[in-house]
Design a protein around this ligand. Structure first.
Ligand code: HMH
Length: 226
Protein backbone atom coordinates (compact mmCIF):
# COMPACT_ATOMS: atom_id res chain seq x y z
CA UNK A 1 0.00 0.00 0.00
CA UNK A 2 1.37 3.43 -0.84
CA UNK A 3 1.67 6.04 1.85
CA UNK A 4 -1.25 8.21 0.69
CA UNK A 5 -3.70 5.31 0.97
CA UNK A 6 -2.27 4.32 4.31
CA UNK A 7 -2.71 7.86 5.59
CA UNK A 8 -6.42 7.80 4.70
CA UNK A 9 -6.83 5.17 7.44
CA UNK A 10 -5.59 7.15 10.43
CA UNK A 11 -8.82 6.66 12.37
CA UNK A 12 -8.88 2.91 11.80
CA UNK A 13 -5.25 2.67 13.00
CA UNK A 14 -6.01 4.67 16.14
CA UNK A 15 -9.09 2.59 16.96
CA UNK A 16 -7.03 -0.58 16.62
CA UNK A 17 -4.37 0.85 18.94
CA UNK A 18 -6.93 1.96 21.52
CA UNK A 19 -9.26 -1.00 21.20
CA UNK A 20 -10.02 -1.46 24.90
CA UNK A 21 -11.44 2.04 25.48
CA UNK A 22 -13.13 1.91 22.07
CA UNK A 23 -14.87 -1.37 22.95
CA UNK A 24 -15.75 0.01 26.39
CA UNK A 25 -17.55 2.90 24.65
CA UNK A 26 -19.42 0.93 21.95
CA UNK A 27 -20.17 -2.23 23.97
CA UNK A 28 -20.96 -0.75 27.36
CA UNK A 29 -22.97 -2.67 29.99
CA UNK A 30 -25.81 -0.14 29.64
CA UNK A 31 -26.10 -0.91 25.93
CA UNK A 32 -25.66 -4.64 26.55
CA UNK A 33 -28.56 -4.47 29.03
CA UNK A 34 -30.82 -2.85 26.39
CA UNK A 35 -29.74 -5.56 23.95
CA UNK A 36 -30.41 -8.33 26.48
CA UNK A 37 -33.79 -6.90 27.45
CA UNK A 38 -32.70 -6.41 31.08
CA UNK A 39 -32.21 -2.62 31.23
CA UNK A 40 -34.00 -1.01 34.14
CA UNK A 41 -36.44 1.76 33.41
CA UNK A 42 -34.85 4.18 35.87
CA UNK A 43 -31.50 3.94 34.03
CA UNK A 44 -33.17 4.47 30.68
CA UNK A 45 -35.07 7.48 32.00
CA UNK A 46 -31.90 8.92 33.50
CA UNK A 47 -30.12 8.47 30.17
CA UNK A 48 -33.05 10.10 28.33
CA UNK A 49 -33.14 13.22 30.51
CA UNK A 50 -29.37 13.68 30.56
CA UNK A 51 -28.92 13.04 26.84
CA UNK A 52 -31.56 15.64 26.01
CA UNK A 53 -29.41 18.20 27.83
CA UNK A 54 -26.29 16.89 26.10
CA UNK A 55 -27.87 17.10 22.63
CA UNK A 56 -28.96 20.71 23.19
CA UNK A 57 -25.35 21.59 24.05
CA UNK A 58 -24.04 19.50 21.18
CA UNK A 59 -25.88 21.78 18.68
CA UNK A 60 -23.62 24.85 19.20
CA UNK A 61 -20.58 22.55 18.97
CA UNK A 62 -21.82 21.24 15.60
CA UNK A 63 -22.49 24.84 14.52
CA UNK A 64 -18.83 25.63 15.32
CA UNK A 65 -17.73 22.65 13.20
CA UNK A 66 -19.91 23.93 10.35
CA UNK A 67 -18.34 27.35 10.63
CA UNK A 68 -14.84 25.88 10.57
CA UNK A 69 -15.75 23.75 7.52
CA UNK A 70 -16.88 26.87 5.65
CA UNK A 71 -13.63 28.67 6.47
CA UNK A 72 -11.03 25.90 6.44
CA UNK A 73 -12.22 22.94 4.38
CA UNK A 74 -10.85 22.31 0.89
CA UNK A 75 -13.94 20.31 -0.06
CA UNK A 76 -17.27 22.10 -0.29
CA UNK A 77 -19.31 18.92 0.21
CA UNK A 78 -18.20 18.82 3.90
CA UNK A 79 -20.71 21.58 4.62
CA UNK A 80 -23.61 19.50 3.31
CA UNK A 81 -22.72 16.49 5.47
CA UNK A 82 -22.50 18.67 8.60
CA UNK A 83 -25.72 20.47 7.70
CA UNK A 84 -27.50 17.10 7.38
CA UNK A 85 -26.17 16.29 10.85
CA UNK A 86 -27.72 19.48 12.19
CA UNK A 87 -31.06 18.60 10.57
CA UNK A 88 -30.96 15.23 12.30
CA UNK A 89 -30.27 16.96 15.64
CA UNK A 90 -33.37 19.05 15.05
CA UNK A 91 -35.41 15.82 14.72
CA UNK A 92 -33.62 14.38 17.77
CA UNK A 93 -34.69 17.25 20.01
CA UNK A 94 -38.27 16.71 18.91
CA UNK A 95 -37.99 12.97 19.53
CA UNK A 96 -36.56 13.49 23.04
CA UNK A 97 -39.54 15.66 23.98
CA UNK A 98 -42.05 13.07 22.74
CA UNK A 99 -40.15 10.16 24.29
CA UNK A 100 -39.87 11.99 27.63
CA UNK A 101 -43.64 12.53 27.67
CA UNK A 102 -44.13 8.77 27.18
CA UNK A 103 -41.92 7.95 30.16
CA UNK A 104 -43.23 10.76 32.39
CA UNK A 105 -39.83 12.41 32.37
CA UNK A 106 -40.16 16.14 32.94
CA UNK A 107 -37.33 17.55 30.83
CA UNK A 108 -37.39 21.20 32.01
CA UNK A 109 -37.00 20.01 35.62
CA UNK A 110 -33.79 18.07 34.95
CA UNK A 111 -30.39 19.48 35.83
CA UNK A 112 -27.21 18.18 34.18
CA UNK A 113 -25.30 15.68 36.34
CA UNK A 114 -21.60 16.15 37.03
CA UNK A 115 -20.46 13.70 34.34
CA UNK A 116 -22.68 15.41 31.78
CA UNK A 117 -21.33 18.82 32.82
CA UNK A 118 -17.76 17.57 32.28
CA UNK A 119 -18.62 16.34 28.82
CA UNK A 120 -20.40 19.61 27.90
CA UNK A 121 -17.43 21.63 29.15
CA UNK A 122 -15.17 19.51 26.95
CA UNK A 123 -17.44 20.28 23.97
CA UNK A 124 -17.11 23.98 24.78
CA UNK A 125 -13.31 23.68 24.79
CA UNK A 126 -13.53 22.19 21.28
CA UNK A 127 -15.56 25.18 20.07
CA UNK A 128 -12.72 27.64 20.59
CA UNK A 129 -11.41 29.37 17.44
CA UNK A 130 -7.87 28.01 17.98
CA UNK A 131 -9.12 24.42 17.65
CA UNK A 132 -8.22 23.05 14.23
CA UNK A 133 -11.01 21.91 11.86
CA UNK A 134 -9.35 18.47 11.76
CA UNK A 135 -9.67 18.09 15.55
CA UNK A 136 -13.27 19.35 15.53
CA UNK A 137 -14.56 17.21 12.65
CA UNK A 138 -12.87 14.09 14.07
CA UNK A 139 -14.54 14.78 17.44
CA UNK A 140 -17.87 15.20 15.69
CA UNK A 141 -17.45 11.85 13.92
CA UNK A 142 -16.38 10.06 17.14
CA UNK A 143 -19.33 11.35 19.18
CA UNK A 144 -21.84 10.33 16.52
CA UNK A 145 -20.14 7.00 15.77
CA UNK A 146 -20.22 5.78 19.39
CA UNK A 147 -24.01 6.14 19.41
CA UNK A 148 -24.41 4.65 15.94
CA UNK A 149 -22.33 1.55 16.75
CA UNK A 150 -23.84 1.15 20.23
CA UNK A 151 -27.47 1.32 19.17
CA UNK A 152 -26.99 -0.66 15.94
CA UNK A 153 -25.70 -3.47 18.21
CA UNK A 154 -29.14 -3.51 19.90
CA UNK A 155 -30.87 -4.06 16.55
CA UNK A 156 -28.86 -7.09 15.40
CA UNK A 157 -30.83 -10.24 14.57
CA UNK A 158 -30.06 -11.98 17.88
CA UNK A 159 -30.76 -8.90 20.06
CA UNK A 160 -33.56 -9.19 22.63
CA UNK A 161 -34.24 -5.44 22.70
CA UNK A 162 -37.73 -4.77 24.08
CA UNK A 163 -40.21 -2.97 21.82
CA UNK A 164 -40.30 0.18 24.00
CA UNK A 165 -36.57 0.76 23.38
CA UNK A 166 -36.51 -0.01 19.66
CA UNK A 167 -37.34 3.54 18.58
CA UNK A 168 -34.37 4.91 20.48
CA UNK A 169 -32.11 2.25 18.97
CA UNK A 170 -33.42 2.92 15.47
CA UNK A 171 -32.77 6.65 15.82
CA UNK A 172 -29.00 6.11 15.91
CA UNK A 173 -28.74 2.51 14.71
CA UNK A 174 -30.51 2.90 11.36
CA UNK A 175 -28.65 2.43 8.08
CA UNK A 176 -28.93 6.06 7.01
CA UNK A 177 -27.29 7.21 10.24
CA UNK A 178 -24.56 4.63 9.59
CA UNK A 179 -23.90 6.08 6.12
CA UNK A 180 -23.83 9.59 7.57
CA UNK A 181 -21.21 8.48 10.13
CA UNK A 182 -19.19 6.90 7.29
CA UNK A 183 -19.25 10.27 5.48
CA UNK A 184 -17.99 12.03 8.61
CA UNK A 185 -15.22 9.44 9.04
CA UNK A 186 -14.10 9.92 5.43
CA UNK A 187 -13.95 13.70 5.91
CA UNK A 188 -11.95 13.23 9.12
CA UNK A 189 -9.54 10.78 7.50
CA UNK A 190 -9.04 13.14 4.55
CA UNK A 191 -8.21 16.02 6.91
CA UNK A 192 -5.92 13.78 8.95
CA UNK A 193 -4.06 12.66 5.80
CA UNK A 194 -3.01 16.31 5.30
CA UNK A 195 -2.51 17.25 8.95
CA UNK A 196 0.75 18.29 10.64
CA UNK A 197 2.26 16.05 13.31
CA UNK A 198 1.16 18.57 15.93
CA UNK A 199 -2.49 18.34 14.80
CA UNK A 200 -2.26 14.54 14.62
CA UNK A 201 -1.08 14.37 18.24
CA UNK A 202 -3.85 16.72 19.36
CA UNK A 203 -6.53 14.84 17.44
CA UNK A 204 -5.53 11.44 18.82
CA UNK A 205 -5.59 12.79 22.40
CA UNK A 206 -9.02 14.33 21.77
CA UNK A 207 -10.33 11.02 20.36
CA UNK A 208 -9.23 9.15 23.48
CA UNK A 209 -10.90 11.75 25.68
CA UNK A 210 -14.19 11.48 23.73
CA UNK A 211 -14.17 7.69 24.14
CA UNK A 212 -13.54 8.04 27.89
CA UNK A 213 -16.30 10.63 28.24
CA UNK A 214 -18.73 8.37 26.37
CA UNK A 215 -17.91 5.51 28.77
CA UNK A 216 -18.50 7.87 31.71
CA UNK A 217 -21.80 9.02 30.23
CA UNK A 218 -23.01 5.39 30.08
CA UNK A 219 -21.74 4.83 33.65
CA UNK A 220 -23.73 7.87 34.77
CA UNK A 221 -26.83 6.59 32.96
CA UNK A 222 -26.56 3.31 34.86
CA UNK A 223 -26.37 5.27 38.12
CA UNK A 224 -22.82 4.13 38.90
CA UNK A 225 -21.46 7.68 39.09
CA UNK A 226 -23.02 11.11 39.38
C1 HMH B 1 -23.50 11.33 25.14
N1 HMH B 1 -22.93 10.98 22.81
C2 HMH B 1 -23.86 11.32 23.70
N2 HMH B 1 -25.10 11.65 23.32
C3 HMH B 1 -25.44 11.65 22.01
N3 HMH B 1 -26.70 11.97 21.66
C4 HMH B 1 -24.48 11.29 21.05
C5 HMH B 1 -23.23 10.97 21.49
C6 HMH B 1 -24.78 11.23 19.57
O1 HMH B 1 -25.46 12.29 19.06
Amino acid sequence: MDESKDKMKTIETWLKNHDSVYQAAIRHAFIQSIREGTVDFSSFKRWLGQDYIFVRRFVPFVASVLQKACKESDDESDMEVILAGMASLNDEIDWFKKEAAKWDVELPAIAPQKTNQHYCRFLESLMQPDIDYTVAITAFWAIEAVYQLSFAHCLEADAKTASEFRQACERWGNEGFGLYCDSLRKIANRCLSKASDDVLVKTEAMLLRVLELEVEFWNMSEGRIN
